[in-house]
Write a protein that binds this ligand. Structure first.
Ligand code: ATP
Ligand code: MG
Length: 408
């Protein structure tokens, strides 16, 4: 078994307190006096609730002979404060999902909950009120031609709770942020496509909606204006905990994403939590088995890992058992015990970023130690089959030899 110590460079925040609890008082040196408990219990206190939950949604266009399915069992959870970028080929169903979430189209099958409200079966009136609570940035901007840029933004503010006396100031402030300070009194016809797009964006975010849906918001913009839009959206996500879903082909703004969802042929083909995937990849790099793998291979492995939670005094793995999973510690602290000649000794600890369980998978031998939970833990686990495949598919000669050893 290989273990790594808790990293002490990047986790001073939450792990220092846990460290003190690491060695539980009731675990006397050399004795194993704890009982196994089921895992995944009692952690719901810190669980985030999705603001948008798409479940088993199928969607069709047309009738009879012309009926065509465009969404197939779409599933997607999006959270408050998150910027989600949705990509995928033309015709893959991105705009369809966006319009369903925005209540612009009726959900035909499955469940779609936005800010706690089920859209499937929702009355027209309720759909209209839902739309009002959402900021839309669509390619067809729907600006009012007879009004100036400031007035267009002001009209949106009238729907919200902005005091009338502050509407003009607030409109000017947002438009100026988007580089339109010199175009405040121009009507849409007097603006370029990119400028109109920015007025539409100003209008969509003016009321600080909790959900913002954007279809190619930066396509018509130059690099600097595109960055300004992204900055503004990031502020809304951070300050208002808004959920922001952006459909885009614009690679220049990919770095803003907290989550990247890819649609292919009406299906959600991948859904990557960027920060989490990045953290897992960094953890994996520390493990000999995966060191040196290129980023795409690491990403693929990270996507197969499942998050599991354990509370003390659970034992994650037990000495003598056959290996079935490889574990990386997301947070928490665990102790390693080895039993020999009837005496059990604590031989080490493992904390955030540490890993264990790969030795038994690599060699096929039973677990060489027991790993027990000291403080509530979140672990990423990779099942034996995925572990074996990852090693076999990605490894160089050394890894291939190892994988032969595993499958023999
Ligand atoms: N109103 C409609 N009536 C019939 N079919 C439609 C309608 N709107 C979209 N579709 C079809 O549904 C599928 C998904 O379209 P959608 O607009 O969601 O794709 P998209 O991923 O947004 O594509 P793009 O990147 O080109 O905007 C396509 O095959 C499209 O032709
Ligand atoms: Mg589209």
């Amino acid at each position: 078994m290989t273990t790594t110590p808790a990293s002490d460079d990047d986790d001073a925040d939450d792990d220092s307190a846990l460290g003190e609890k690491r060695i539980r008082a009731d675990m006397g040196e050399g004795t194993l006096a704890f009982i196994t408990s089921p895992f995944s219990q009692g952690f719901d206190d810190d669980e985030r609730k999705p603001s948008i939950a798409v479940k088993n949604v199928d969607q069709y266009f047309g009738e009879g002979e012309n009926k065509k399915q465009v969404l197939f069992d779409a599933n997607l959870d999006l959270y408050p404060g998150e910027i989600v970028i949705m990509t995928g080929p033309s015709g893959s169903g991105k705009t369809t999902i966006l319009t369903l979430i925005g209540g612009l189209r009726s959900v035909q099958s499955g469940s779609l909950v936005v800010n706690g409200r089920e859209l499937n079966g929702m009355s027209r009136e309720d759909l209209v009120s839902l739309r009002r609570s959402i900021g839309f940035i669509f390619q067809a901007h729907n600006l009012f031609d007879a009004y100036s840029a400031v007035q267009n933004v002001g009209l949106a503010l009238e729907l919200g709770d902005c005091p009338a006396s502050e509407m003009r100031t607030r409109s000017i402030e947002i438009l100026t942020r988007l580089g339109l300070g010199h175009r405040l009194e121009n009507r849409p016809a007097q603006l370029s496509g990119g400028q109109r797009q920015r007025v539409a964006i100003a209008r969509a975010v003016a009321n600080r909606p909790r959900v913002i849906l954007a279809d190619e918001p930066t396509a018509a913009l130059d690099k600097d204006s595109g960055r300004e839009v992204v900055k503004l959206l990031r502020e809304r996500a951070t300050e208002d905990k808004a959920t922001i879903l952006i459909v885009t082909h614009d690679n220049r703004i990919l770095d803003v994403a907290d989550r990247i969802v890819t649609m292919v042929d009406g299906r959600v083909s991948s859904n990557v939590n960027v920060k989490e995937a990045d953290a897992i990849c960094n953890f994996l790099r520390r493990c000999d088995t995966f060191t040196g793998l290129p980023a795409p291979a690491l990403l693929e492995i990270s996507q197969k890992m499942k998050r599991e939670r354990f509370r003390p005094p659970a034992k994650v793995i037990e000495q003598g058992a056959m290996g079935d999973k490889f574990y990386v510690v997301r947070q928490g602290a665990l102790s390693i015990f080895v039993e020999k000649d009837g005496v059990t000794r604590k031989v080490g600890t493992v904390g955030k970023g540490g890993f264990f369980g790969e030795a038994a998978l690599l060699t096929g031998a039973p677990r060489a130690a027991t790993v027990a939970v000291d403080s509530p833990c979140e672990l990423y686990s990779l099942g034996k089959d995925d572990f074996t495949k990852a090693v076999a598919a990605n490894a160089g000669l050394r890894g291939q030899l190892v994988s032969l050893a595993v499958t023999r």
